[in-house]
Design a binder for this molecule. Structure first.
Ligand code: PLP
Length: 376
């Protein structure tokens, strides 16, 4: 039997409960149903006798895939025709640059709420194209919360306000979008469709796929037609949102597989009961881990302030980095992987996206309690 054949058999027999609990911040866990559908469609999609990776991006099967992905996205986001939906190659960092190239008009300023590394990077990319202003900067408090309205100070008449709704590295998120009259742009990479959000009130929302939506290599972008009218002229076509909209996200060869997977993920979310249901599950799942932190009598130290806690990324540590290391090793031995915190925060980070199984949160919380009892 070839190596590939034996790998196939392993995939066929390993059920979700036998897999490792993958707490990775991204690329991250995907729904079992989506992965199993993809396994089938890799060989033959829609009875065409051709796998999804092998179809031309301009044939009828891939038309169907793109239409379904867009329809699913529109339904979950609750947006109408005044917003366009795009599936673009490249991740969120590409959007950091593209949005500034398109909308940071000469002589105007783009405001940024700097709530973590990614929000800061978004601003730094825009600095290459025009003037930016940090309307908030949480560096001094190591990004342990997102700003209250009184902590934000916008520039006069910003061309847009950019924020990151969920800060993957620091485990903080907004309870509601920041208030502003300016066009609002959200990086929702690590939480898109994990809870209800007012997408229609945003001029633009985007997310790289590899956390909550699918594999790496592409992004989902929702953009208002009003904002599109303000596009800077003179950009190469490939960097202009308008041109991508005109060509239905197929200006050039797109990351078809990533879009296909996002389409399946959108369908899966709908079948589970939509974003409301996702939110209630995610709240309960994250709550299991926060309860273990809060009930530890100070053994586990959370990074995020209580009013800013993320349901997707949960950071915690002890007072001793060596103990943290041991916890991560022991968790790994118990079938829980990728719990090491980002290097800029240390400690542990549990990323529990939509598809992350509840039982993994139960198991982690149990181990946290036991570890605190024996090492506290
Ligand atoms: C909130 C956020 N924004 C942006 C990025 C960067 O995404 P990409 O690596 O796809 O460019 C990440 C990735 O971890 C992220 O979590």
């Amino acid at each position: 039997m070839s190596q590939t054949q034996s790998a196939n058999d392993a995939v066929d027999t390993l059920s979700n409960t036998e897999r490792t609990y993958n707490f990775s911040a991204g690329p991250a866990v995907l729904p079992e149903e989506v992965l199993r559908q993809a396994q089938r469609d890799l060989w033959d999609i829609d009875g065409t006798g051709i796998g999804v990776l092998e179809h031309s991006h301009r044939d009828a099967t891939i038309d169907r895939v793109f239409e379904e992905a867009e329809k699913g996205c529109r339904e979950l986001a609750g947006i109408g025709d005044d917003h366009a939906v795009l599936f673009l190659s490249g991740g969120a960092c590409q959007q950091f640059a593209m949005l500034a190239m398109n909308f940071l008009t000469p002589g105007r300023t783009g405001d940024y709420l700097v709530t973590g590394n990614w929000a800061r990077t978004a601003r730094s990319y825009a600095d290459s194209y025009g003037s930016t202003h940090a309307a908030y900067d949480g560096t001094d408090c190591v990004f342990d919360h997102v700003p209250a309205p009184e902590e934000i100070s916008y520039s006069d008449d910003p061309v847009y306000v950019h924020y990151c709704s969920n800060n993957t590295i620091y485990g903080t998120s907004y309870a509601e979008p920041p208030r502003t009259e300016a066009p609002l742009i959200a990086d929702m990479s690590s939480e898109m469709f994990s809870r209800p959000w007012d997408y229609s009130a945003h001029a633009m929302t985007y997310a790289c796929a590899q956390k909550n939506l699918g594999p790496a290599g592409g992004s989902c972008v929702i953009i208002s037609r009003e904002l599109l009218e303000r596009t800077n002229q003179g950009l190469p076509k490939i960097f202009r949102y308008e041109d991508h909209v005109a060509k239905g996200s197929r200006l050039n060869t797109p990351p078809v597989f990533t879009v296909y997977m996002m389409g399946l993920a959108f369908r899966w979310i709908s079948e589970q009961g939509g974003v409301d249901q996702m939110a209630s599950r995610n709240r309960e799942k994250a709550g299991l881990i926060y309860d273990a932190i809060d009930g530890s009598g100070g053994f586990w130290i959370p990074h995020a302030r209580e009013d800013s806690r993320s349901m997707m990324n949960i950071n915690f540590r002890t007072t001793d980095p060596e103990l943290d290391k041991r916890f991560i090793q022991e968790a790994h031995q118990h079938g829980m992987s990728a719990l090491k915190g980002h290097r800029s925060v240390g400690g542990m980070r549990a990323s529990v996206y939509n598809a992350f199984p509840r039982q993994g949160c139960v198991q982690l919380a149990e181990m946290m309690r036991e570890f605190a009892r024996t090492n506290g």
